[in-house]
Write a protein of this length. Structure first.
Length: 275
């Protein structure tokens, strides 16, 4: 059984449609994928329908933008109920923050002499519900300003760069509680990843476990062997589920091919039990 619990579609900043992602997952020989777009369940229906009669299981999920002690934390939520009003209200707030930040980023880029418009970004995002910096990056690539997304983040959009604009994120404690109350299960995504602004230690994970956290994404491309080993032992010590996944973004992220990391079936079964 090959299980990949973190993938993105065009509902956020992946480049495959949800149906295209399902086809790619079948081609990659996967048995289970979780669709975890940023802050939205928008791709679920299309992906679930596309997976019918393929033998592929699609776990409905999302990667929620949260904040903890001033630091950004990506929280994977599996089987949350997006119809649960308090959760829906928080996600709507994040999506509004994502949308209102785009014109500000454009203004900053224009001030730097780059002729980019909101239309360019809309075009790059294919109307994604969750607009993000990667869409601005794609527009910059199309305009020939930068060669790829990474260069756009390094030069303009990353933390501390001239077109970086902050946006709303859900307090982590709130997100943990709301997902739990809505029947879902949570896993901290790439906790020691490159994009992360901090490195939660064992004591922090213990605190988060007390607030309802179920697992840690251990096997992720941002983690080297040493980080994986240490995170795996933290998960074992705290009886947290250890997952592995690709964080696939289609053509949007190199070296994140579907199934490049996978989750042990026994760990997946534990998530199912906690549901
Ligand atoms: P946002 O959600 O708009 O804050 O943008 C953050 C997202 O951009 C992350 O979740 C990644 O998917 C993507 N990202 C971050 N850094 C890079 C990078 N250097 N190159 C490509 N994509 C990136
Ligand atoms: Zn992303
Ligand atoms: Fe992430
Ligand atoms: Fe992700």
């Amino acid at each position: 059984m090959r299980i990949d619990l973190h993938t993105h579609s065009r509902a956020s900043d992946g480049t495959d449609t949800p149906a295209g992602l399902v086809r790619a997952a079948v081609d990659a020989g996967l048995d289970v994928i979780a669709l975890t777009d940023h802050d939205t369940s928008d791709g679920w229906d299309e992906a679930t329908k596309a997976a019918e009669e393929t033998g592929l299981t699609v776990v409905p999920g999302m990667e929620i933008s949260t904040r903890h002690h001033g630091r950004g934390v990506h929280l994977l939520a599996y089987w949350p109920d997006p119809g649960y009003a308090p959760l829906d209200a928080e996600l709507a707030k994040v999506l509004r923050g994502r949308a209102s930040r785009v014109p500000v980023m454009i203004e900053r880029l224009n001030a730097l002499g780059i002729a980019i418009t909101e239309d360019d970004v809309r075009h790059a995002s294919h109307g994604a519900v969750a607009s993000g910096r990667p869409h601005v990056a794609d527009a910059l690539v199309t305009l020939g300003v930068v060669p790829d997304r990474t260069a756009a983040f390094d030069r303009y959009l990353g933390w501390g760069r001239p077109a970086h604009v902050d946006r709303y994120a859900v307090p982590l404690e709130t997100a943990l509680a709301l997902v739990r109350q809505s029947g879902g299960v949570t896993v901290v995504a790439h906790p020691w990843g490159r994009g992360g602004l901090g490195r939660p230690d064992e004591a922090t994970f213990a605190e988060l476990r007390g607030l309802g956290l179920a697992g840690i994404e251990v096997d992720h491309q941002d983690h080297d062997e040493r980080a994986r080993g240490r995170l795996r032992s933290i998960a074992r010590n705290l009886d947290l589920v250890a997952t592995g996944s690709s964080d696939y973004h289609g053509a949007g992220k190199a070296d994140h091919d579907l199934g490049c990391n996978t989750t042990d079936p026994e760990e997946y079964a534990r998530l199912l039990d906690l549901r």
